[in-house]
Design a protein around this ligand. Structure first.
Ligand code: AMP
Length: 144
């Protein structure tokens, strides 16, 4: 299964971004109201400056306390982003997420972000694919 198919299967393909300069408190509010685990930091919704996940916020609160809530996301985001392309295989994306110990990934076309996937999107798509393969194999066996 390709990343492009995973993007098509998502019921909501909006990529939630925040601009650099957004505070950690505002970012936490967005994560909470949108019920998501990470946001891309981007000046224009296309170029990726970094990613902030709930883990970054929790880690910073644990380290410095709630004073970090007034800081800007730029100070806690991860800027060394691992992305993927729409023609990549879901298994390769899962491998990258497992190796890098993260659960989110922007889908890139050159330096432009064209989508965003979470480990949940990839696992859901793979389970659907495996169920279809199982049905097809059972059909073949029963046909003999
Ligand atoms: P996550 O498991 O996605 O909540 O993120 C765990 C850590 O990895 C956090 O520090 C994130 O900022 C970072 N992170 C999340 N996604 C990526 C990514 N695609 N590339 C690099 N770092 C990431």
């Amino acid at each position: 299964m390709l990343v492009s198919q995973i993007l098509k299967s998502k019921s909501d393909d909006t990529v939630v971004t925040v601009v650099p300069g957004t505070t950690v408190a505002q970012t936490a509010e967005i994560l909470s109201t949108r019920r998501i685990g990470a946001v891309i930091v981007s000046p224009d919704g296309k170029r990726v400056s970094g990613i902030v996940s709930e883990r970054d916020i929790v880690r910073e609160i644990g380290r410095r306390g709630i004073t970090c809530m007034a800081d800007t996301v730029d100070s806690i985001m991860t800027s060394n982003i691992v992305g993927c392309r729409s023609e990549e295989q879901a298994n390769d994306v899962l491998q990258k997420m497992t190796d890098g110990r993260f659960r989110h990934m922007p889908v890139m076309d050159g330096n432009q972000m064209i989508g965003f996937i979470s480990i949940g999107d990839v696992v859901k798509a793979r389970l659907t694919e495996l169920a279809m393969e199982k049905d097809a194999l059972e059909g073949m066996i029963k046909g003999f």
